[in-house]
Design a binder for this molecule. Structure first.
Ligand code: CUA
Length: 152
Protein backbone atom coordinates (compact mmCIF):
# COMPACT_ATOMS: atom_id res chain seq x y z
CA UNK A 1 0.00 0.00 0.00
CA UNK A 2 2.73 2.47 1.01
CA UNK A 3 4.65 1.46 -2.09
CA UNK A 4 1.74 2.51 -4.29
CA UNK A 5 1.53 5.84 -2.46
CA UNK A 6 5.22 6.51 -3.00
CA UNK A 7 4.95 5.50 -6.64
CA UNK A 8 2.06 7.94 -7.09
CA UNK A 9 3.94 10.69 -5.29
CA UNK A 10 7.06 10.29 -7.43
CA UNK A 11 4.95 10.28 -10.61
CA UNK A 12 3.34 13.54 -9.48
CA UNK A 13 6.79 15.02 -8.81
CA UNK A 14 8.04 14.01 -12.25
CA UNK A 15 4.98 15.53 -13.95
CA UNK A 16 5.52 18.64 -11.84
CA UNK A 17 9.16 18.94 -12.89
CA UNK A 18 8.31 18.52 -16.57
CA UNK A 19 5.61 21.18 -16.51
CA UNK A 20 7.98 23.55 -14.68
CA UNK A 21 10.55 23.10 -17.45
CA UNK A 22 7.96 23.60 -20.21
CA UNK A 23 6.54 26.68 -18.50
CA UNK A 24 10.02 28.13 -17.98
CA UNK A 25 10.88 27.70 -21.65
CA UNK A 26 7.63 29.36 -22.75
CA UNK A 27 8.27 32.24 -20.37
CA UNK A 28 11.77 32.75 -21.79
CA UNK A 29 10.29 32.78 -25.30
CA UNK A 30 8.00 35.65 -24.42
CA UNK A 31 10.93 37.67 -23.07
CA UNK A 32 12.61 37.52 -26.49
CA UNK A 33 9.96 39.50 -28.35
CA UNK A 34 9.79 43.28 -28.24
CA UNK A 35 7.29 46.00 -29.07
CA UNK A 36 8.24 45.91 -32.76
CA UNK A 37 6.41 42.59 -33.02
CA UNK A 38 3.37 44.05 -31.30
CA UNK A 39 3.99 41.87 -28.26
CA UNK A 40 5.78 42.39 -24.98
CA UNK A 41 6.25 40.50 -21.75
CA UNK A 42 4.27 42.47 -19.17
CA UNK A 43 6.72 41.33 -16.47
CA UNK A 44 9.74 42.57 -18.44
CA UNK A 45 8.61 46.08 -19.38
CA UNK A 46 11.57 47.48 -17.42
CA UNK A 47 13.85 45.76 -19.94
CA UNK A 48 11.76 46.47 -23.05
CA UNK A 49 12.89 49.26 -25.36
CA UNK A 50 10.48 52.20 -25.18
CA UNK A 51 8.58 50.92 -22.16
CA UNK A 52 11.64 50.90 -19.88
CA UNK A 53 11.43 54.72 -19.85
CA UNK A 54 7.91 55.62 -20.99
CA UNK A 55 7.33 59.06 -22.47
CA UNK A 56 7.80 61.19 -25.56
CA UNK A 57 10.44 60.53 -28.24
CA UNK A 58 10.94 62.81 -31.23
CA UNK A 59 11.29 60.70 -34.39
CA UNK A 60 10.95 63.31 -37.17
CA UNK A 61 10.49 67.05 -37.84
CA UNK A 62 6.87 67.02 -36.57
CA UNK A 63 6.64 63.39 -35.55
CA UNK A 64 6.66 61.91 -32.10
CA UNK A 65 6.30 58.53 -30.46
CA UNK A 66 4.81 58.21 -27.00
CA UNK A 67 5.22 55.01 -25.00
CA UNK A 68 2.68 54.60 -22.23
CA UNK A 69 2.41 51.93 -19.56
CA UNK A 70 -1.01 51.33 -18.02
CA UNK A 71 -1.23 49.82 -14.55
CA UNK A 72 -3.64 49.63 -11.64
CA UNK A 73 -4.42 52.56 -11.36
CA UNK A 74 -2.37 55.03 -13.37
CA UNK A 75 -0.71 55.74 -16.68
CA UNK A 76 3.04 56.26 -16.91
CA UNK A 77 3.92 58.98 -17.55
CA UNK A 78 1.12 60.87 -15.80
CA UNK A 79 1.67 63.96 -17.95
CA UNK A 80 2.50 64.02 -21.66
CA UNK A 81 3.60 67.28 -23.31
CA UNK A 82 3.68 67.70 -27.07
CA UNK A 83 4.04 70.61 -29.49
CA UNK A 84 1.12 71.67 -31.71
CA UNK A 85 1.17 70.63 -35.38
CA UNK A 86 2.57 67.21 -34.59
CA UNK A 87 1.77 63.67 -35.62
CA UNK A 88 1.93 61.41 -32.62
CA UNK A 89 1.94 57.63 -32.44
CA UNK A 90 1.03 56.17 -29.08
CA UNK A 91 2.32 52.75 -28.08
CA UNK A 92 0.39 51.55 -25.08
CA UNK A 93 0.67 48.36 -23.06
CA UNK A 94 -0.41 47.11 -19.66
CA UNK A 95 1.70 45.89 -16.78
CA UNK A 96 -1.15 43.99 -15.14
CA UNK A 97 -4.78 43.69 -16.27
CA UNK A 98 -6.84 44.88 -19.24
CA UNK A 99 -7.21 48.67 -19.30
CA UNK A 100 -8.54 51.23 -21.75
CA UNK A 101 -6.76 54.18 -23.32
CA UNK A 102 -8.73 57.14 -24.56
CA UNK A 103 -7.55 60.65 -25.33
CA UNK A 104 -10.79 62.52 -24.74
CA UNK A 105 -11.83 64.63 -27.70
CA UNK A 106 -9.72 62.71 -30.25
CA UNK A 107 -10.06 59.47 -32.20
CA UNK A 108 -7.51 57.79 -29.92
CA UNK A 109 -9.42 55.03 -28.20
CA UNK A 110 -8.18 51.50 -27.71
CA UNK A 111 -8.10 48.59 -25.32
CA UNK A 112 -4.81 47.94 -23.53
CA UNK A 113 -4.04 44.27 -23.08
CA UNK A 114 -1.12 42.87 -21.08
CA UNK A 115 1.38 41.26 -23.48
CA UNK A 116 0.24 43.32 -26.45
CA UNK A 117 1.12 46.79 -27.70
CA UNK A 118 -1.77 48.95 -28.87
CA UNK A 119 -0.69 51.45 -31.51
CA UNK A 120 -2.67 54.53 -32.46
CA UNK A 121 -1.71 57.69 -34.38
CA UNK A 122 -3.22 61.10 -33.73
CA UNK A 123 -2.56 64.54 -35.22
CA UNK A 124 -2.56 67.50 -32.89
CA UNK A 125 -2.92 70.80 -34.77
CA UNK A 126 -3.98 73.21 -32.04
CA UNK A 127 -2.69 73.78 -28.53
CA UNK A 128 -4.97 72.35 -25.89
CA UNK A 129 -5.34 70.09 -22.91
CA UNK A 130 -6.76 66.61 -23.13
CA UNK A 131 -7.69 64.08 -20.53
CA UNK A 132 -6.33 60.55 -20.93
CA UNK A 133 -8.74 58.11 -19.32
CA UNK A 134 -9.10 54.38 -18.76
CA UNK A 135 -12.43 53.23 -20.15
CA UNK A 136 -12.28 49.52 -19.26
CA UNK A 137 -13.19 48.51 -15.74
CA UNK A 138 -9.90 47.39 -14.18
CA UNK A 139 -10.54 47.27 -10.45
CA UNK A 140 -11.37 49.35 -7.40
CA UNK A 141 -9.38 52.39 -8.57
CA UNK A 142 -10.64 52.37 -12.17
CA UNK A 143 -12.52 55.66 -11.85
CA UNK A 144 -9.35 57.47 -10.75
CA UNK A 145 -7.13 56.11 -13.51
CA UNK A 146 -6.24 59.10 -15.67
CA UNK A 147 -3.41 61.20 -17.06
CA UNK A 148 -3.16 64.48 -18.92
CA UNK A 149 -1.95 65.47 -22.34
CA UNK A 150 -0.84 69.05 -22.92
CA UNK A 151 -0.35 70.33 -26.47
CA UNK A 152 1.55 73.63 -26.54
CU1 CUA B 1 -7.54 50.93 -15.86
CU2 CUA B 1 -9.89 51.11 -15.72
Amino acid sequence: NYEKLWLGASLLLIVGFISTIVYGAAGAGITMVNDEGGQVNPKELGNTSGFDDPGVTKVGPNEYEVHIVALQFAFQPGTVELPANSTVTFYVTSRDVVHGFEVAGTNANTMVIPGEVSQITVEFDEPGEYGIVCHEYCGAGHHSMAAELIVR
